[in-house]
Ligand binder design. Structure first.
Ligand code: GDP
Length: 434
C-alpha cells in the first residue's frame, strides 16, 4: 500500500484535507485514554486503491520556529512516503517557508504533487499561476472547506505511486515486527535474533522507499523482520516524538503477522507500553510479549512469576499472548523466542473445519445454556470459520443482539480451549439467520 504524506506550513488546512480524504476510517484508535487524538495517520481508499495518509503536521512540536518544524515534517515525509503532497495556501501566495520546504522536497527525488488549498471557486483559479515557479509542474487547486479538487489530486498521486507493493512475501513466510517504546531494546533484540547469520537486504528493484525488511531463515522456516529501518536511523528529531513512534509502530504492525511487544524487564510497565500493545491487539495480529533485559533484574525463584502476574493484570486484553523472558544483551533464553513465534503464527492462520467447530459449539451450549433476553433465547444455528489471521468465526443466530458480551467471551474461551489458539485473538461475529 503506498504511503502518501501531506507537507505544508501550519494552519493552511492540512488537517481539514486529511479528514476529508480519510473520513472516519482512521486507524489510530482514538477512544482510548492516552492514545493521541490527533489524527496523523490513516488509511484511505480512492477508486478501490488503498493508501496510507500521513499528516506530518501532527508532529509539530511545541514552540519551535516554523521553519524548524517544517524541516522535520519534510524529513518525515521524505523518509516515510512514496508520494508527497506539498500543500500551499492559494490566498497567501508563495512564502519564504514554502520555498524552503520546496528546496528540501526537490532534492529528495520523491514524487511530489503540489496542492494549492483554499481555491474555493472557479474564479479563483488565477491564483494558481504563480505556483508554477516552485518547479513541481502543474499545481492542483483544491478546497478543503468545499471538498473540491481532491479527486484530481488523488488521481495524480496514484499516477506517481509505485503501483505494486514491493514487499510481497510468500504466505508461509513469518513476518514479524518488534514494537515498544524507545530503549526497551528493540534494536538490540533484532541484532541478537539475526546474530551471525545477519543478512543485509539489498534493495528490491524499483523500491522508492527506504524501509528495510530483513529476511532470514532458521530451521527451514523463513522469516522477515519488518521495518527495522527506523531503529537503525537514529537521531532525527521527529523520532523522539511519541506520535511519530505510534505511527511507525502502526505501519510495522500492519505489515506483520506476528508482533513482539517488547517490554523493559528492568524498568517495568508504563502507560506507553500499554498504548503500543493496544495497537497490536486492535490490529488483530498474533502477539508475543517479550520481557527484555532479564539479565539486569535481581531475581529469586518468584520474580518471574510475579512479573508475569503483573503483566497479566496490566494487559488484560492480551490474555492470549504468551510471555517470553530473555536478554538481548547476553542472549540468555533467546533460543526460546523463535519457537514461540512459530507457534503463534501457526495459531493465527489455523483453520477449523465446520463440523468440528459445530461440535464444540454444541458442547459449549450444552454445558452453559445460551442467554435469554426479554423472554427470547439466543439460538445458535451453526457456526463457521470465515477468515484466518486472525481466526474469525461467524455464528448464525436467531437474533445477534442476544449474543451478549459475556456469552461471546465464554464461547471465545471454549473455542480457544478446544483448538489452542495461543497467541492470537479470535473474532466472533453473530449474523442473523433462522
Ligand atoms: P530500542 O530503542 O528499543 O531499539 O533499544 P536499544 O536496543 O537501543 O537498547 C536501549 C539500551 O538498552 C541500550 O543501551 C542497550 O544496550 C540496552 N539493552 C538492550 N537490551 C538489553 C538487555 O537485554 N539487557 C541489558 N542489561 N541492557 C539491554
Amino acid at each position: 500500500i503506498p504511503a502518501v504524506a501531506i507537507v505544508g506550513r501550519p494552519n493552511i488546512g492540512k488537517s481539514t484535507i486529511f479528514n476529508r480524504i480519510i473520513g472516519d476510517r482512521v486507524s489510530i484508535v482514538d477512544d482510548k485514554p492516552g492514545v493521541t487524538r490527533d489524527r496523523i495517520y490513516g488509511t484511505g481508499e480512492w477508486l478501490n486503491r488503498k493508501f496510507h495518509l500521513i499528516d506530518t503536521g501532527g508532529i509539530e512540536v511545541g514552540d519551535e520556529p516554523i521553519l524548524v518544524q517544517m524541516r522535520h515534517q519534510a524529513e518525515l515525509a521524505i523518509d516515510e512516503a512514496d508520494v508527497i503532497i506539498f500543500m500551499v495556501n492559494g490566498r497567501e501566495g508563495i512564502t519564504a517557508a514554502d520555498e524552503e520546504v520546496a528546496n528540501l522536497l526537490f532534492r529528495s527525488n520523491k514524487p511530489i504533487v503540489l496542492a494549492v488549498n483554499k481555491v474555493d471557486n472557479f474564479e479563483m483559479r488565477d491564483l494558481m499561476y504563480e505556483f508554477y515557479s516552485l518547479g513541481f509542474g502543474d499545481p492542483f487547486p483544491i478546497s478543503g472547506t468545499h471538498g473540491l479538487g481532491l479527486g484530481d489530486l488523488l488521481d495524480k498521486v496514484f499516477e506517481l505511486a509505485p503501483d505494486k507493493d514491493e514487499y510481497e512475501y510468500n504466505e508461509d513466510v513469518i513476518r514479524f515486527s518488534l514494537i515498544g517504546r524507545p530503549n526497551v531494546g528493540k534494536s538490540s533484540l533484532t541484532n541478537a535474533i539475526l546474530g551471525e547469520e545477519r543478512v543485509i537486504v539489498s534493495d528490491v528493484a524499483g523500491t522508492t522507499r527506504d524501509a528495510i525488511d530483513t529476511p532470514f531463515t532458521r530451521d527451514n522456516q523463513e522469516y522477515v523482520i519488518i521495518d527495522t529501518a527506523g531503529m537503525r536511523k537514529r537521531g532525527k528529531v521527529y523520532e523522539s516524538t511519541e506520535r511519530y513512534s505510534v505511527m511507525r509502530a502502526q505501519k510495522a504492525i500492519e505489515r506483520s503477522n506476528v508482533v513482539l511487544v517488547v517490554l523493559d524487564g528492568e524498568e517495568g510497565i508504563i502507560e506507553q507500553d500499554k498504548r503500543v500493545a493496544g495497537l497490536a491487539h486492535e490490529a488483530g495480529k498474533a502477539i508475543v510479549i517479550v520481557v527484555n533485559k532479564w539479565d539486569a533484574v535481581e531475581k529469586d525463584d518468584k520474580t518471574m512469576k510475579k512479573m508475569e502476574e503483573k503483566i497479566r493484570k496490566e494487559f488484560l486484553f492480551l490474555d492470549y499472548a504468551p510471555i517470553v523472558f530473555l536478554s538481548a544483551l547476553t542472549s540468555k533464553r533467546l533460543q526460546t523466542l523463535l519457537p514461540v513465534i512459530n507457534e503463534v503464527a501457526e495459531s493465527h492462520r489455523r483453520r477449523i473445519s465446520t463440523s468440528v467447530l459445530n461440535d464444540v459449539i454444541v458442547d459449549a451450549v450444552a454445558m452453559n445454556p445460551t442467554p435469554t433476553d426479554k423472554g427470547q433465547r439466543l439460538k445458535i444455528n451453526y457456526a463457521t470459520q470465515v477468515a484466518i489471521e486472525p481466526p474469525t468465526f461467524v455464528l448464525f443466530v436467531n437474533d445477534p443482539e442476544l449474543l451478549h458480551f459475556s456469552y461471546k467471551r465464554y464461547l471465545d474461551n471454549q473455542i480457544r480451549r478446544a483448538f489452542d489458539f495461543t497467541g492470537t485473538p479470535v473474532h466472533i461475529v453473530a449474523r442473523q439467520k433462522n
